[in-house]
Design a protein around this ligand. Structure first.
Ligand SMILES: Nc1ncnc2c1ncn2[C@@H]1O[C@H](COP(=O)(O)OP(=O)(O)OP(=O)(O)O)[C@@H](O)[C@H]1O
Ligand SMILES: O=P(O)(O)OC[C@H]1O[C@H](OP(=O)(O)OP(=O)(O)O)[C@H](O)[C@@H]1O
Ligand SMILES: O=C(O)c1cccnc1
Ligand SMILES: [Mg+2]
Length: 557
């Protein structure tokens, strides 16, 4: 990050949007008709303030993880119209549109826009704007759809990932396996990136590993096992010891010897006899090719009668050569039961053959796993160390969209408010600041919004926090700590010091840290306690004053 002498950071260090489809035309048509009408009415340079916010947490939860900000800032930093884009706009706008408008579009960019936002990875709540965009109304309006598109899915899937992490517990390894099921290549890339932010450890998506530096992991599929017919297929049976000093010339026979030893273990008697030889061939072949990465999918034929004994025979043979097998993956059946039986088997092997660490080999589970499955597994007890989760995670099957909106709250310093019969949809007017107040136990107590001109809340000072719309809901809060939520992430040419964009790793760390500062009852899956979002007494009064002055009085006859 380049820091200038005046404390500002250079704006040129922001890269292009990750997805090349993110261009100035990534708009709904109505933004261009409005842009023309703003321009025609000579309003286009009116200074507007837009809030981007959500009204409801997803997944019946009481929190959301904010993600997608970096891509919004990249979009804003690169915002401009190419000639071919303007030529296209001419073809879809009415022929009565004046040419000067299209010429004007050539000069439009975000140099006069400022963007304030809650840092990416933060835990956020409904009604508190995630992003505040200030700038000429024409350009600020043109950002609407792209910003919503970049934030909505990113935040939804990051929240889904965080929820899976909450249920699985911090000790488990969580791998995102969703690329094949995601909504197109872009959905897949976004899922991998934001699941990592939300608390996953790794992805199977290699492109995401390359682009974002996310750890890449994987096992093998059933196809690999099914592709083998028998042991005779293994042409090269040699495997070098891990020391590199000797070679075992017949790794197949070595494995068969270990299989016989396993068959002779008294406590395994009756558990298994002959194992599937094509599966054994696949495991041996995989181990010869990748002796430091041996992890076997054990459910192609029969987990306990074939997959596990075959795996153990190969792992023991590898161990003799100085390699440590990684573990197994279960992809069907009762994952709780099978994992417990597998662990028991591994522990017996460790004891029988004095192979240290064998009892702790990694058991990975996959197969249509979601939050509820994780919860059910916890209740039943299981021995799974790592989960591979795809479909339900990346498609967000329990809630397919987050409903962030982009609303005008001020123009030319005049507060604006959108009224609605539905109280959830009433927007809070004014350019606002927001703060998170922390209590004595270190947990976040409440978020509070205030008008721009009001003094900020201070630690140890008593403050009245009011529900924005419900008169009776209010509380006095004496915060131990006050966190200002908005930072300037795009300053245009205003001279306001700009915050460097956090890296993906920093956003991930922020997410973890912020979740740890939430009271656990706000985070639980079933009937979580709502977190309080409030306004100052002054802002409350102003909202209701404006509401009354804008709402027409009904007439009864
Ligand atoms: N112990 C468990 N408790 C709750 N749910 C489980 C448990 N074990 C597995 N599941 C889930 O139950 C579902 C079982 O899937 P399904 O009915 O398709 O059977 P399967 O084991 O995959 O069979 P198949 O071999 O035909 O694919 C999956 O969604 C899986 O995540
Ligand atoms: O179940 P998910 O959470 O989506 O996780 C990814 C799935 O993808 C793979 O198999 P695939 O689903 O392609 O085939 P299968 O279901 O027949 O095993 C893998 O074995 C998992 O089952
Ligand atoms: O590596 C795996 O085991 C994997 C990757 C993607 C989907 N299912 C499984
Ligand atoms: Mg599947």
């Amino acid at each position: 990050m380049d820091s200038l002498a005046n404390g500002q950071t250079k704006q040129t260090d922001i890269g292009k949007p990750t997805n090349p489809m993110v261009s100035a035309l990534l708009c709904d048509m109505y933004q261009f008709t409005m842009a023309y009408a703003y321009w025609k009415a000579d309003k286009h340079l009116n200074r507007a303030v837009f809030d981007l916010l959500h009204r409801k947490n997803p997944f019946r939860g009481e929190y959301t993880i904010f993600a997608g900000l970096e891509e919004c800032i990249r979009f804003a930093a690169n915002f401009h119209f190419e000639q071919y884009e303007i030529d296209y706009l001419r073809t879809i706008m009415p022929s009565t549109c004046e040419d000067a408008f299209f010429q004007y579009l050539q000069s439009v960019d975000c140099s006069d826009v400022e963007i304030y936002a809650i840092p990416e990875g933060s835990v956020v709540f409904p009604r508190v704007p995630l992003i505040r965009v200030e700038g000429p109304v024409l350009v600020a309006q043109l950002l609407e759809t792209a910003f919503l598109n970049l934030v909505n899915y990113a935040s939804l899937v990051a929240t889904n990932a965080a929820r899976h992490r909450q249920v699985a517990g911090s000790e488990k390894t969580l791998m995102e396996f969703g690329l094949r099921r995601a909504q197109g290549p872009d959905g897949g890339m976004s899922a991998s990136k934001y699941c990592y932010l939300g608390g996953f450890d790794a992805t199977s998506n290699v492109d995401a590993g390359q682009r974002f530096g996310i750890p890449v992991r994987g096992t093998h599929s059933h196809a690999f096992v099914s592709s083998f017919m028998g042991l005779e297929e293994i042409a090269d049976r040699c495997l070098q010891y891990s020391s590199g000093k000797r070679t075992c010339n017949d790794f197949v026979s070595l494995t068969q010897q270990w299989l016989s030893k396993l068959q002779a273990v008294p406590s395994f008697r009756g558990l298994f006899s002959e194992t599937n030889q094509s599966e054994l061939a696949a495991f041996i072949s995989y181990a010869i090719s990748l002796p430091t990465r041996f992890q076997a999918l054990v459910d192609t034929f029969d987990v306990l009668r074939s997959g596990i004994p075959n795996f153990c025979a190969v792992a023991l043979a590898l161990s003799e050569l100085g390699y440590n097998a990684l573990g197994i993956r279960l992809d069907s059946g009762d994952l709780a039961y099978l994992s417990k039986q597998t662990r028991k088997f591994f522990r017996t092997v460790e004891k029988e053959f004095a192979v240290e660490g064998f009892g702790q080999l990694v058991i990975t589970a996959s197969n249509d796993i979601n939050e509820e499955t994780l919860d059910a597994l916890n209740k039943q007890g299981h021995e799974i160390d790592a989960f591979g989760i795809g479909t339900h995670l990346v498609t967000c099957s329990t809630q397919p969209a987050l409903g962030c909106v982009y609303k005008l709250v001020e123009i030319n310093k005049q507060p604006r408010m959108k009224l609605s019969q539905d109280i959830e949809k009433v927007t809070i007017p004014c350019k606002k600041e927001a703060y998170r107040l922390y209590g004595v136990e270190g947990y976040a107590l409440v978020d509070i919004m205030k008008g721009e001109a009001e003094p900020p809340p201070k630690a140890e000072e008593r403050l009245l926090c009011r529900h924005p719309f419900s008169e009776s809901r209010r509380a006095h809060v004496v915060p131990q700590r006050v966190e200002k939520l908005y930072k300037c992430f795009w300053a245009g040419n205003s001279g306001v010091p700009r915050e460097p964009l956090p890296s993906l790793a920093e956003a991930k760390a922020r997410c973890k840290e912020q979740l740890e500062a939430m009271r656990p009852d706000h985070l639980r899956s079933l009937n979580p306690t709502p977190y309080k979002v409030s306004v100052t007494a002054k802002l409350y009064d102003f909202i209701h004053f404006l509401w009354l002055s804008e709402a027409p009085v009904g007439e009864l006859r």
